[in-house]
Write a protein that binds this ligand. Structure first.
Ligand SMILES: [Zn+2]
Length: 201
């Protein structure tokens, strides 16, 4: 849809994908959809692609796949891996390697982070994305930062997801979303609807 000119697209992908690496399935993930989409768009002519991951778990697979590349920027907002799974990646000093130095940004947040901390970090990430000037923005849309999500350690509310979507939706270009985490709680659907309504172009 994005390749044919749509401004917004959403993929309800199950299982999620952002923990899958080039040679390793992990964390419920077998295929990294957002990375596959980025590579597909590159092959169809997009020169620069940015990926923003707002799942509460670090998008380690997406980071690993593009860690040495300057053409696909990866930004992840997640719970501090020092105190929350996945422990082995997602630290702020992981900035890319070789030609990819400066094209990976991790924004770990401490447990208990609320709407303001979550949205502020996303704003920081979006500034990095805008400076990069990508043709398209891809979003790994985790909803497990929600305060009542069974895996969450954040205090993000439904309105927090609305504000996050408004911040991301200010990007002046096409935005494609791929569903990542988000675990059974009665507000899961409300959070998705609030996000999608607020990011509508
Ligand atoms: Zn997650």
């Amino acid at each position: 849809m994005i390749a044919s000119g749509e401004r917004r697209a959403y993929g309800l992908c199950r299982p999620p994908g952002h923990h899958a690496c080039t040679d390793m399935a992990w964390g419920f993930c077998y295929l990294n959809y957002i990375a596959t989409l980025a590579e597909s768009l590159r092959m169809q002519g997009a020169e620069h692609v940015a990926i923003l991951d707002i799942d509460i778990h670090h998008g380690n697979g997406t980071q690993q796949i593009f860690y040495y590349r300057p053409d696909v920027m990866t930004v992840s907002v997640h719970a501090d891996p020092d105190r929350f799974p996945i422990f082995f990646s997602g630290y702020a000093d992981e900035v890319g390697s070789g030609a990819g130095v400066g094209f990976n940004l991790n924004l770990p947040l401490k447990p208990g982070s609320d709407d303001s901390a979550f949205v502020d970090a996303i704003s920081v990430g979006m500034r990095k994305v805008r400076d990069f000037g990508p043709d398209v923005l891809l979003v790994s849309l985790g909803l497990d930062a929600y305060r009542a999500d069974p895996l969450s350690v954040f205090e993000v509310s439904t309105n927090g997801f609305r504000r996050a979507a408004e911040t991301i939706g200010s990007f002046d270009g096409p935005v494609a979303l791929s569903q990542e985490g988000g675990y059974p709680c009665s507000e899961l659907g409300d959070n998705l609807v609030a996000f999608l309504a607020a990011i509508d172009d």
